[in-house]
Design a protein around this ligand. Structure first.
Ligand SMILES: [Zn+2]
Length: 92
Protein backbone atom coordinates (compact mmCIF):
# COMPACT_ATOMS: atom_id res chain seq x y z
CA UNK A 1 0.00 0.00 0.00
CA UNK A 2 2.87 2.34 -0.57
CA UNK A 3 1.14 3.79 -3.55
CA UNK A 4 -1.61 5.39 -1.47
CA UNK A 5 0.90 6.94 0.92
CA UNK A 6 2.85 8.26 -2.04
CA UNK A 7 -0.33 9.62 -3.56
CA UNK A 8 -1.25 11.29 -0.27
CA UNK A 9 2.15 12.89 -0.06
CA UNK A 10 1.86 14.00 -3.65
CA UNK A 11 -1.50 15.64 -2.97
CA UNK A 12 -0.09 17.27 0.15
CA UNK A 13 2.90 18.50 -1.83
CA UNK A 14 0.58 19.75 -4.55
CA UNK A 15 -1.37 21.86 -2.09
CA UNK A 16 1.82 23.13 -0.52
CA UNK A 17 3.25 24.17 -3.86
CA UNK A 18 -0.08 25.63 -4.89
CA UNK A 19 -0.07 27.67 -1.71
CA UNK A 20 3.40 28.99 -2.46
CA UNK A 21 2.68 29.88 -6.05
CA UNK A 22 -0.82 31.17 -5.53
CA UNK A 23 -0.96 32.57 -2.05
CA UNK A 24 -4.46 32.77 -0.72
CA UNK A 25 -5.89 36.13 0.04
CA UNK A 26 -5.31 35.96 3.73
CA UNK A 27 -4.37 39.56 4.00
CA UNK A 28 -7.69 41.22 4.17
CA UNK A 29 -8.54 44.48 5.75
CA UNK A 30 -11.12 43.43 8.25
CA UNK A 31 -12.05 46.83 9.41
CA UNK A 32 -15.74 47.25 9.24
CA UNK A 33 -17.46 50.42 10.25
CA UNK A 34 -15.37 53.48 9.73
CA UNK A 35 -14.71 55.75 12.60
CA UNK A 36 -16.15 59.15 12.16
CA UNK A 37 -13.95 61.35 14.17
CA UNK A 38 -14.75 64.99 14.31
CA UNK A 39 -12.40 67.50 15.73
CA UNK A 40 -15.00 70.15 16.07
CA UNK A 41 -18.49 69.98 17.40
CA UNK A 42 -21.40 70.28 15.03
CA UNK A 43 -24.01 72.90 15.66
CA UNK A 44 -27.38 73.39 14.08
CA UNK A 45 -28.39 76.49 12.25
CA UNK A 46 -31.90 77.23 13.60
CA UNK A 47 -32.75 79.22 10.51
CA UNK A 48 -32.01 76.82 7.67
CA UNK A 49 -31.66 73.64 9.78
CA UNK A 50 -28.16 72.98 8.54
CA UNK A 51 -25.41 71.44 10.59
CA UNK A 52 -22.15 73.30 10.54
CA UNK A 53 -18.88 72.87 12.40
CA UNK A 54 -18.72 75.10 15.42
CA UNK A 55 -15.41 76.51 14.28
CA UNK A 56 -16.81 77.98 11.12
CA UNK A 57 -20.22 78.87 12.48
CA UNK A 58 -21.32 82.40 13.13
CA UNK A 59 -22.29 82.88 16.72
CA UNK A 60 -24.94 85.33 17.73
CA UNK A 61 -26.63 86.09 20.99
CA UNK A 62 -30.32 86.50 20.42
CA UNK A 63 -32.90 86.91 23.17
CA UNK A 64 -30.36 85.92 25.80
CA UNK A 65 -29.36 82.71 24.06
CA UNK A 66 -26.43 81.76 21.91
CA UNK A 67 -27.19 80.56 18.43
CA UNK A 68 -24.97 79.31 15.65
CA UNK A 69 -25.54 80.11 12.02
CA UNK A 70 -24.04 79.04 8.73
CA UNK A 71 -24.12 82.56 7.35
CA UNK A 72 -24.77 86.11 8.37
CA UNK A 73 -27.87 86.11 6.26
CA UNK A 74 -29.34 83.29 8.33
CA UNK A 75 -28.37 85.13 11.48
CA UNK A 76 -30.11 88.27 10.31
CA UNK A 77 -33.24 86.41 9.30
CA UNK A 78 -33.42 84.49 12.51
CA UNK A 79 -32.79 87.56 14.61
CA UNK A 80 -35.47 89.44 12.72
CA UNK A 81 -37.94 86.66 13.37
CA UNK A 82 -37.03 86.34 17.01
CA UNK A 83 -37.06 90.00 17.76
CA UNK A 84 -39.94 90.63 15.43
CA UNK A 85 -38.48 93.58 13.65
CA UNK A 86 -41.05 95.06 11.32
CA UNK A 87 -38.35 96.84 9.37
CA UNK A 88 -36.79 93.66 8.07
CA UNK A 89 -39.77 92.80 5.98
CA UNK A 90 -41.32 89.39 5.82
CA UNK A 91 -41.07 88.00 2.37
CA UNK A 92 -42.60 84.61 2.61
ZN1 LIG B 1 -28.13 78.84 7.56
Amino acid sequence: MRFLIFLGLLILLYYLVKGWIFPSKSRQMDRSGGEWELDSEMVKDPQCKTYIPKDSAIRARIAGRNYYFCSKECMRKFRAEMEGNPGEGKGG
